[in-house]
Design a protein around this ligand. Structure first.
Ligand SMILES: Nc1ncnc2c1ncn2[C@@H]1O[C@H](COP(=O)(O)OP(=O)(O)O)[C@@H](O)[C@H]1O
Ligand SMILES: [Mg+2]
Length: 268
């Protein structure tokens, strides 16, 4: 088997506060295979963002270990193994769309011609070729988010870390973006760790849905989603889709996940 994209082993994270310690994560064991799409779902405060931040080297675990393609998160960050997209697109308002996408390449000293060519490819991938010269404020929220995704792919990361990237979008745009993301991931072959509140979103996108419980943040179940490769719009009305949505909902509400549809995380 190839090196996993992400491996978390017995990861714990405690935040000290004036009113006492907050155990944000406890005993997290999770392996994400190369090219696999995994969602993290759970109530607010269960540690989803914290786990993503540990993988992204934006914070360090209190206990346990995280590796990204067999390296420490810091080494992975330095090797540009991953791209990040969060709920806010976080574009620089004074830069054009293409200049925003080129920013990570610029920071790493990629030459001008290569940067421009790469940005053109990426903008075409996210369907924004015609907007390269526009500024962020001239785009809709969904378009801005697509620019952010293009930017996160600029360095051809083998891992994408996404924290509710579609959280601020209306439902229709959101579904279109999900379809886009499935296509982009298939084309780029990147593994994805995707944080969401939405059960249908997690099911539509993922090969596995990791269900978390709060205080302390733990993995309570891992629900495999077996919807085949063809994740077209029709899938949303398919019986297999509803069955997977129900399985994740029941896991979120603490009902045992039936086998073979699922495995308890602790027996993984
Ligand atoms: N920097 C921090 N300092 C103190 N507490 C934090 C910090 N970041 C997160 N927490 C706490 O850790 C818990 C998990 O937070 P978070 O990972 O943001 O949850 P989620 O993304 O699932 O909503 C929450 O109780 C939150 O208040
Ligand atoms: Mg969060």
């Amino acid at each position: 088997m190839s090196t996993p994209a992400v491996q978390a082993s017995a990861v714990g994270k405690v935040f000290a506060s004036r009113s006492g310690d907050v155990i944000a994560l406890e005993g997290i064991d999770l392996t994400v295979a190369a090219g696999e799409f995994v969602s993290l779902i759970g109530p607010s405060g269960c540690g989803k963002s914290t786990l993503l931040r540990l993988i992204a080297d934006l914070d360090t675990p209190t206990t346990g270990e995280v590796t990204v393609f067999g390296r420490t998160p810091q080494q992975a960050r330095e090797a540009q193994d991953y791209g990040i997209a969060f709920q806010q697109a976080g574009l620089l308002p004074w830069r054009t769309v293409t200049a925003n996408v080129q920013l990570p390449l610029e920071l790493h000293g990629v030459g001008k011609a290569e940067r421009a060519a790469r940005a053109a490819d990426l903008l075409s991938l996210v369907g924004l070729d015609e907007f390269a010269g526009h500024f962020p404020h001239q785009l809709s929220g969904g378009m801005q988010q697509r620019v952010a995704i293009a930017r996160s792919l600029a360095e051809r990361p083998s891992l994408l870390l996404m924290d509710e990237p579609f959280g601020a979008l209306d439902e229709m745009t959101r579904e279109r973006m999900q379809t886009e993301l499935v296509r982009i991931c298939a084309e780029s072959g990147a593994a994805v760790v995707f944080v969401t509140h939405s059960i249908p979103e997690a099911v539509f996108l993922s090969q596995r849905v990791v269900v978390m419980t709060p205080r302390p943040g733990r993995i309570s179940a891992v629900v495999p989603v077996d919807l085949g490769q063809a994740r077209g719009e029709g899938l949303r009305e398919d019986a297999s889709f509803f069955a997977a949505v129900t399985a994740v909902r029941e896991a979120l509400h603490g009902m045992p996940v039936p086998t073979p549809g699922g495995t308890r995380a602790d027996l993984r």
